[in-house]
Write a protein that binds this ligand. Structure first.
Ligand SMILES: C[S@@+](CC[C@H](N)C(=O)[O-])C[C@H]1O[C@@H](n2cnc3c(N)ncnc32)[C@H](O)[C@@H]1O
Length: 186
């Protein structure tokens, strides 16, 4: 689905790379990826030289991720209760839109507690603000293909990050402003 959706924007790899470039990853950067899915971001992070610990609750997702990215460490764990070694970067990519507000707050708390002092959180997810006629088409897609919760994150993520104790340092709009990457410190 992600591959098909991101084709008009230059392809999945290009969009994900643009998002990850906002995080300032270099060789040896310790990254904790919360909700890694099949490892599409994980692979790019490893290609950048990061040391990645990637967490997901779904064993089928992890099985695919492990075979796709042998250079990362994958753990089956609930994001909400995961507390690992502090990381210089924590990534939540297309995870928060699947959670209700209470669970999003707990996921952001986990992100904060997994960050090393001076570290940065990256949140890649949907965004409001696309121009006409992209916006109505995008919202129609969300209604059909994503949980109703997805619409809650559209405009609210920066405020939710602030409420969770983060300060948004940078925001980059992606895919004609249907997605965004927020980089935050705490
Ligand atoms: C839409 S996928 C995104 C995957 C990947 N980050 C990406 O950008 O393609 C969301 C992932 O978050 C995982 N997930 C959702 N809630 C979780 C939780 N509480 N603990 C661990 N993983 C969770 C799901 O299993 C799924 O793999």
């Amino acid at each position: 689905m992600a591959r098909a959706m991101l084709l008009p924007f230059g392809g999945e790899r290009r969009v994900r790379s643009a998002a990850l470039s906002a995080l300032g990853i270099s060789r040896g950067t310790r990254v904790t990826e919360l909700g890694c899915g099949t490892g599409s971001n994980t692979r790019l992070l490893v290609d950048l030289g990061a040391q990645v610990t990637a967490i997901d609750l779904s064993e089928p997702m992890l099985k695919r991720a492990r075979s796709k990215v042998p250079g990362a460490r994958f753990l089956r764990h609930d994001i909400l209760s995961y507390r690992g070694p502090p990381a210089e970067r924590v990534l939540l990519a297309f995870v928060l839109h699947e959670m209700d507000a209470g669970v999003r707050a707990r996921a952001l708390e986990a992100a904060r507690e997994n960050l090393a002092p001076g570290g940065l959180l990256g949140v890649l997810d949907f965004s409001a603000g696309a121009p006409f006629p992209v916006d109505p088409v995008f919202r129609a897609y969300l209604r059909v293909a994503e949980p109703e919760l997805a619409r809650e994150v559209l405009a609210g993520l920066p405020a939710e990050l602030a409420q969770a104790g983060f300060r948004v340092e940078r925001r980059r709009a992606l895919c004609l402003s249907t997605a965004q990457v927020l980089v935050a410190s705490c």
